[in-house]
Design a protein around this ligand. Structure first.
Ligand code: GSH
Length: 212
């Protein structure tokens, strides 16, 4: 999404993380995780670091700046981005990794609590505008937005809804706008593929079967 925002062309190489290939092990030997950006033959790892790198390297490119220019706004965006990585990602991933229904319910409730907090963050950051970053997509939009197709996959698998007009009206309207934005449109993976992968992950881990 960041490369699209900057108008930079790239080659996308898909990696099955349940069957890690040579390229991934070579370029991310520390964490052995995707994504990895290879630029000028050298690897960059960790999503948020990659996005910030792209913003700095292509600072003069046709796309607008991804991180806010104002130091306080930039720090605030980084604060919430760290919150997403620390709290949101493990909470919903825990739903897939759960080995009992009780554990799964606990992770669903945790995810709901984090999403409720993000509703408040959106109100604070957007200041009534369309996106976390204001009038257009920015860093925090990408960081939160890349979880949305997983939310859809979890809805299809377990019937759980994390972002909806009744409970999180701001996030619900934002999610619509984000999905239609030039950054996300045509790039975000299909939720069907996320479901397919999640089922493989659960089978591998022997997690409890899907139930509403
Ligand atoms: N903090 C990392 C997390 C990356 C991550 O968890 N990647 C997953 C796929 S979304 C992965 O590669 N998992 C393979 C594994 O855990 O072995 C980032 O933001 O890049």
């Amino acid at each position: 999404m960041a490369l699209r925002m900057k108008g930079v062309s790239y080659e996308y190489i898909e990696q099955d993380v349940l069957d890690k290939g040579e390229l991934l092990l070579k370029y991310n030997p520390v964490h052995k995780k995707v994504p990895v950006l290879i630029h000028n033959g050298v690897p960059l790892c960790e999503s948020q670091i990659i996005v910030q790198y792209i913003d700095e390297v292509w600072a003069g490119a046709n796309g607008a700046s991804i991180l806010p220019a104002d130091p306080y706004e930039r720090a605030t965006a980084r604060f919430w981005a760290a919150y997403v990585d620390d709290k949101l990602f493990p909470a919903w991933l825990g739903i897939l990794k759960a080995t009992s229904q009780d554990e799964r319910t606990e992770k669903v409730n945790k995810t709901l609590a984090v999403v409720a907090q993000l509703e408040l963050a959106l109100a604070q950051c957007s200041n009534g505008k369309a996106f976390f970053a204001g009038d257009s997509v920015g860093f925090l939009d990408l960081v939160v937005g890349c979880n949305l197709f997983w939310f859809e996959a979890l809805r299809r698998m377990f019937g759980v809804v994390f972002v909806e007009e009744g409970k999180t009206p701001l996030l619900a309207a934002w999610a619509e706008r984000f999905g239609e934005s030039g950054a996300a449109r045509d790039v975000v993976p299909d939720a069907d593929r996320a479901v397919e992968f999640a089922k493989k992950l659960m089978a591998r881990r022997g997690s409890a079967p899907a139930a509403n």
